[in-house]
Design a protein. Structure first.
Length: 479
């Protein structure tokens, strides 16, 4: 039997049609580039189970068709970004009274282009033209970028269909935070959780009970010292699960490992946590809600140091916020990168609709001194919230300052780090060695600290029996 008999008309491969006898497991890019090419051009249809030259129907039995469809979906999810909108249908036909199936995959033109095929770490961009798929030209890539519609990862359609029983954790989370009320299907539909046909969006899939993909990858680490360069790493845990489990995991990791102390307040004593629970919650929720989910191979980082907690999220601040260090958290204007994810968290009262999460963090640290003020570090590919440890008397050290000074005579590789560490606050030799990840040895004190002091880059002073070192502003200044 041939394709023309099934379709009822003549057919041939062209700009919007291609045939494959089966998905080649040994040459995945050979057919994935067709899908990407369709998505980058005007869309198209791929028929799987049809010989491309003769149009003879090869087909699959029911079990084989399901396996081929699942394999197709898995490879598209893993290697194409952003995932193009797809509609997969099984077309039945009969051969000697046995039912066989052809897979019809309709690929829509992607609203966010170019769609990138990434295989074995190598990215490539393809374009469909005149029945062939080839690498996109430079001019085509520029045109795609200009014409691309402003779309967000979480609002793009997924291949999965909504089933209420697969979102029990989300529904329970909503009940707990909304006085026992139910999150109705109508309410979910109204925010774009799924479309009229029941197809979920990418963001909705991240809330599914069984989600354990890499989009929500989380790495939580605890370091004994002040930097990642220290060889004293307490623990490194990696986690992936749905969004709600990720939030809980990160908050629990911090709560179980943070310091606690007791302070005197007038005639009473009060317990003091290193990091206020509300600040931690807002920081984790903000990182997950505003993460750039288009960036594959990335993860949210939760790093605990001796003096601070850092929560880093992939992607710069959304819509062109400046790259800088910001202490005034209230000045940061919240712009949603992921409308659907934010809408779900707002409905569950996990975050504020007005985007006041940073304000709440600032409120929790309102009584802290200048050394214990939280701040945001924004870069071109990530942003980091830094929460000082309120139980660490020294506060956070501004080690990110860039310094200008003449070369240090007989200097060492540690000089710049020492001068930056001591630029805003005097430190003892043991604290400096701890920060550098070195042993507080006689050699360290003589070769590094004494040399910097002798050459007038460091100023040494005594407080009781302790000796403190501070950077000399006459010899070193900020860039």
């Amino acid at each position: 039997m041939f394709w023309e008999e099934l379709a009822g008309h003549n057919g041939w491969e062209n700009t919007t049609t291609e045939f494959k006898a089966a998905l080649n497991r040994d040459d995945i890019t050979g057919w994935l580039k067709t899908v990407a090419g369709f998505a980058n051009a005007d869309g198209g249809t791929l028929y799987i189970g049809v010989e491309d030259e003769t149009h003879k129907l090869i087909g699959f039995d029911r079990k084989g068709a399901d396996a081929e469809r699942n394999y197709f979906n898995n490879q598209v999810n893993e290697h194409l970004s952003p995932r193009p909108a797809l509609r997969i249908a099984c077309l039945p036909y009969r051969v000697k009274e046995k039912e066989r199936y052809i897979l019809r995959v309709h690929v829509e033109r992607s609203p966010v282009r170019p769609v990138i095929l990434k295989y074995k770490g190598v990215p490539a961009i393809y374009m469909r033209r005149d029945g062939f798929t080839n690498g996109a030209t430079y001019e085509e890539i520029i045109a795609m970028s200009i014409q691309s519609q402003p779309a967000q990862f979480d609002t793009l359609p997924a291949s999965r269909t909504y089933r209420r029983e697969e979102f029990r954790e989300l529904l329970q989370f909503y009940r707990e935070r909304n006085d026992g009320r139910e999150y109705t299907d109508k309410a979910l539909r109204s925010i774009g959780f799924h479309d009229a046909g029941g197809k979920l969006t990418n963001g909705a899939v991240l809330f599914a009970d069984d989600y354990d993909g890499t989009k929500t990858l989380l790495q939580c680490s605890a370091f004994a010292g002040f930097t990642k360069g220290s060889d004293r790493i307490v623990t490194v845990n990696r986690f992936r699960g749905n969004i709600l489990r990720s939030i809980r995991y990160a908050c629990d990791f911090i709560a179980q490992r943070m310091n606690h102390t007791i302070i005197k307040a007038g005639d009473t004593r009060q317990n003091l946590d290193a990091y206020p629970a509300r600040a931690v919650w807002e920081g984790i929720v903000n990182a997950i809600a505003h993460r750039d989910y288009f960036l594959d191979g990335t993860q949210i980082q939760v790093d605990m140091f001796r003096d601070r907690l850092e929560i880093s999220s992939p992607g710069s601040f959304y819509l062109g916020a400046p790259i800088q260090k910001t202490y005034d958290l209230s000045s940061i204007i919240s712009k949603r990168r992921n409308e659907l994810i934010c809408a779900v968290l707002v409905a569950c009262n996990a975050m504020e609709a007005a985007g006041t999460g940073f304000d709440k963090i600032a409120e929790e640290y309102a009584a802290a001194d200048s050394r214990h003020k939280p701040y945001i570090l924004s870069a071109s590919d990530h942003f980091t919230l830094v929460l000082p440890d309120l139980t660490y008397a020294g506060g956070t050290t501004m080690t990110d300052v860039k310094l200008i000074h003449l070369p240090v005579p007989h200097g060492t590789e540690h000089d710049d780090k020492v001068l930056a560490f001591c630029f805003h606050k005097a430190h003892k030799a043991s604290e400096i060695a701890d920060y550098l990840g070195l042993r507080d040895s006689t050699y360290f004190r003589r070769k590094v600290l004494q040399n910097l002091t002798d050459e007038a880059y460091l100023l040494a002073s005594k407080d009781g029996r302790a000796r403190y070192y501070r950077t000399n502003p006459a010899a070193v200044r900020r860039e």
